[in-house]
Ligand binder design. Sequence first.
Ligand code: SAM
Length: 274
Amino acid sequence: MKLNDISKQLSSSLEARMLLKHVAGLSDADLIGSNEIDLSPQQQSRLDGFIEERLQGRPISKIIGMKEFYGRDFIVSDDVLDPRPDSEILIEAVLKHVSSSNKLGSDIAILDLGTGSGCLILTLLVELPNADGVGTDISDKAMAIANKNAEKHGLTGRAQFIKSDWFENVTGQFDVILSNPPYIETDVIPLLDKSVRAFDPILALDGGADGLLPYKMILPQVKWSLKPGGMIAMEHGHDQCGRIKRLIEKEGFDQIRAHQDLGGKDRVLTAIHT
Ligand SMILES: C[S@@+](CC[C@H](N)C(=O)[O-])C[C@H]1O[C@@H](n2cnc3c(N)ncnc32)[C@H](O)[C@@H]1O
């Protein structure tokens, strides 16, 4: 099978390489310098199926079952949100806080509400080797993926996943609580790009009529589980910063800070429980 032929069908040489690697079980190195790969009839038929799925709009990550986040690969499926580059700002904000509060190397406890694939909590556990983490989700299927990712990254002993409607089954006190909750307004979901609305789970998208329902449920409960001096970090939609900041202020947090994405848009709010 010629790489150029697949590239032409998909209008993307990167995606062609990803599909070919996946189907033939090859590494990047295997593909260097080779433009033509011999496929078995079964591999060819799988590849044809994948190309068709891609042409129907299915994201490449959902086809190959893998998405990169913060430089590492995470298993994904139709049951979890594809990790997004925007969420790397949450990681940076937490790491900055841990470093500036002289807690690098300390035994810290992190809670991730709405963990999905587990990409946030697991990334933090790799970056902070002395930290332990709990990830919660209301979806059993998402937590099965999060557990697979914990295994993939050698973190099963340090990451625990529990089924919980936000704080319902959470016990203990944490140094950091983070969340990337669903924040799309219900009426806007049908207008989203097909790659999102048709392939990411509705549970990961729907933030209720005003998109703020999860924040209104989570924020009043944070202080019960956050140690004094601990940080809450929440991702939000590009136009929600002001409204969520007011919700955080209402709960009496200090040092509320907005963090911007690469395009300069507010994407994450952090605050300290004093
Ligand atoms: C936007 S996704 C974020 C997934 C992952 N943390 C990430 O950043 O890629 C939101 C997640 O919240 C979960 N969720 C939705 N409602 C929930 C609830 N009431 N309690 C706990 N988790 C919930 C969804 O199943 C989904 O996995």
